[in-house]
Design a protein around this ligand. Structure first.
Ligand code: SF4
Length: 320
């Protein structure tokens, strides 16, 4: 069931104006510096390196900060995302559990975001059972391909383990959501993730691009440069528009700002957004257009170029 909250009520998955983590929550909390998941694209690692608080080569080492020692926490307006600059791992599970209870005991709503270890989630669903109505889990699943995940997120659980953790949280009656940001591929990758997680998601699947990879990934390593070039090609504007056109009717899907920037900057060119898909011998054309007139023009143009029965699936987006 989708959350119908508005920006005023500040519920989980409310429409928020901010970008990045502020699209998901009104506040962030963290209790650790460093993260053993050691993702190549990690914004927190890049920032720590830039501001000289932790060298990139040492990001995989975890140390609790003073925030982990807090004994009081206020009731805050809106949703708190925890964590946003590290993850919940076997090494910090007890500290994270204590801090989560501190926030929840004050009556807060907490969005728990993780590339989840099954054992950690088993522990959390048991420990937080009585707070079920105040919690949503959001697990990052940018690919279902174990090799791709291992390259970009070498210390994090494999996609199958994350799926198992999602199944576990869903089975325990918690609200669940998935982040396919960064999506580690293109449309086929997004479809594979959606197919795998759909039965275990109560709310949303957020899809976003790999953000600013050249600023965040260590470009001194040739294998990283090659991987980024491949990802930039796979996530070109044309491919992102095709991804948007193909999946925007899916009721689970929400788009991160990185996708919407491409969509909103794309202009009113209908044919840029045409996606062809063979379905039982017919040609299905999805047309993404800013208004009904442009959609009709797109449909006519597509029909002129088709010599088989044409089915049209038209989406109007006034932001185009
Ligand atoms: S799990 Fe998150 S915080 Fe940890 S390294 Fe990966 S991107 Fe960074």
């Amino acid at each position: 069931m989708s959350d119908q909250s508005t920006s005023n009520s500040k519920g989980f998955d409310a429409q928020r104006d901010g970008s990045g983590t502020l699209e998901w929550a009104d506040h962030n909390e963290n209790i650790q510096r460093g993260c053993s998941h050691n993702c190549k694209y990690c914004f927190a690692a890049a920032n720590a390196h830039r501001f000289k608080t932790l060298a990139r080569v040492n990001w995989h080492t975890e140390s609790l900060t003073a925030n982990a020692e807090r004994t009081k926490y206020p009731k805050r307006h809106g949703v708190i995302m925890f964590p946003s600059a590290h993850d919940i791992t076997p090494g910090n599970l007890d500290a994270c559990t204590r801090f989560l209870k501190l926030m929840l005991d004050a009556g807060n709503q907490v969005l728990i975001v993780s590339k989840p270890h099954t054992a950690c989630i088993a522990h959390l669903v048991a420990e937080l059972a009585t707070y079920r109505n105040q919690v949503m889990f959001r697990f990052t699943q940018g690919t279902m391909d174990a090799e791709v995940a291992r390259f970009w997120e070498p210390g994090a659980p494999a996609p199958e383990e994350r799926l198992e953790a999602l199944r576990l949280a869903h089975g325990a009656g918690f609200r669940t959501s998935v982040s396919a940001e960064p999506l580690l591929g293109g449309l086929d990758t997004a479809r594979a993730v959606l197919d795998a997680v759909r039965p275990f998601v109560t709310d949303t699947v957020w899809i976003g691009k790999l953000n600013r990879p050249r600023n965040r990934v260590d470009m001194k390593l040739p294998q990283n440069c090659l991987a980024i070039e491949a990802m930039e090609a796979e996530q070109s504007d044309a491919n992102i528009l095709a991804l948007y056109a193909a999946l925007q009717g899916d009721p689970l899907v929400r788009w991160k700002d990185s996708i919407m920037h491409v969509v909103n900057d794309s202009g009113p060119t209908v044919l840029d957004c045409v996606v062809n898909d063979k379905r039982q011998g017919d040609l299905l054309v999805t047309i993404l257009a800013p208004n009904s007139q442009a959609a009709c023009e797109g449909a006519e143009l597509a029909a002129e170029n088709a010599n088989v029965l044409l089915l049209t699936d038209i989406h109007i987006n006034s932001h185009l």
